[in-house]
Design a protein. Sequence first.
Length: 582
Amino acid sequence: MRIEPQQLKAFIVSSGLVDEKQFGSCLKKAEKSNETVENVLITEKLITQSDLIRLKAYILGIPFISLEKEKIPADILRIIPEPIARTHNIVAFRKQGKNLEVAMLDPDDLKTIEFIRKKADLRIMPRLTTPESIKNALSQYQESLQAEFGDIIKQETGEIKNIQDIDGEEVEKDLEKKAQEIPIIKIVETLLKHAILQGSSDIHIEPMENEVLVRYRIDGILRDAMTLPVIAKSGIVARIKVLSNLKLDEHRLPQDGRFKIEAADYKYSVRVSVLPVFNGEKIVMRLLPETTKGLSLEQLGITGKALDQIEIALKKPIGMILITGPTGSGKTTTLYSMMEILNKPLVNISTVEDPIEYRMPRVNQTQVNSAIGLTFASGLRSLLRQDPNIIMVGEIRDNETASLAINASLTGHLVLSTLHTNSAAGAIPRLIDMKVEPFLLASTLNIVIAQRLVRRLTEEKEEYYLNETDLKNLGKYCNIETINKVLEEEKITKPKQTIKDIPFYKPKPSKEFPDGYKSRVGIYEVLDVDEPIRALLQKGASADEIKNQAVSQGMKLMFADGFAKAARGQTSIEEILRVITE
């Protein structure tokens, strides 16, 4: 069903949309840039995407459908699960008897069509559509899911029994019975499904006086998702405790557990934390996708000189690589990406983590369990007897772990770990506070990476230029001259241009992305520990002295990396300031 360029040319030229000379010019550009001629025609604004898709539908003999303003019934939409719809750009929009009409961008995707046919047991009738139509249909999934959840609450919370003993305290067998009630099971399942389909990393279930508040963390931001009746509180807590194999009758002490959820479209490990609070027990569930593939360093947002320095550090057989930043800044993801690069048959990689967030093949991962005496320090001491080449310590928290990590890197191992500091240079005094000798740091430290995560702008964004008032406000948080220098080095600005001469972007809210952001990207500060930095370390220099020396040698500070990404349209200045100044 592929349309050849000459076939497309004949139809486009005969329709009068593009003349023969224009098509020939676009075809040459397409061959030179290794693009499709369709993309070049659209880029050159010789034809609109909608007209091109209509023409392709005519050539292929497939009906065209526009869903840009259509409201699809929720029961029809849900025939195709949202992850499948998003991944393959295919949505169900009409059903008549055993016939299901589906709108799609690629009618050659026969594998997906066959999967839906088997799953739905319906005859699939493909229709060609536009990306805007798919986008409008996908935005309706969230609405249908909220309606589904509302129906469960309305119909079934009345069935939830508030079982209590004569002293007002729930007994274990009654709690277990409550956890198995159908309405409670449905509520917890829908909470999890709703969170996964929205791309949440955490679910917060917070008991209030008269209701239960549910919040989802999406792209690092907590958002109110829904409120549940207070009568469902104890049943939800009991259900999650049963799934996590926790003590049902323990309400005074914190508990931690895990469970897994699987569906045709996803597989997640759920890490559970239960904490007693004034109105009951608060639950936070961290959603860890088990099918996620490791990202490359470039995909994380590391580029240019910083990328080269990290790649060189990873090739060294001994020494220490540290990643710093606050909780939730993506340190573990960066560690796993590095281990993905290092994970070769010739090396033995061992880790000690708390918790193990992702499973990696061929990597020996150990979970910290302080209740039985398995700490980072004791785990690391045992790892050294396992003949490792590369060791990953989830976090350096205390003097003993720091000392062991330094000694491991001195005795022929490459050690990767994390620290909670705000900057790359700040890792040095932090380790010295842990009684690490400066001369040992100078001998072992290869590189220190500080990072934060900022939200990415969607393709729909608003362009603007900074004015004098904007520059004055920015000057309170960062050095404008440093930003100008970095923008020129990154070839974002031309000589004699400044930050005022280039466009920046603001989020443009949409139905699908209310904040105007989708997913996240890292901003980084990479301190390469070379000879001048080692000399400062041995002298016991302060973090500021180390930072100034590194900047004079070309280190790009985190806020400058953020502004470079903002100038490229990846994020906004407001987002950079939110993360750097919070």
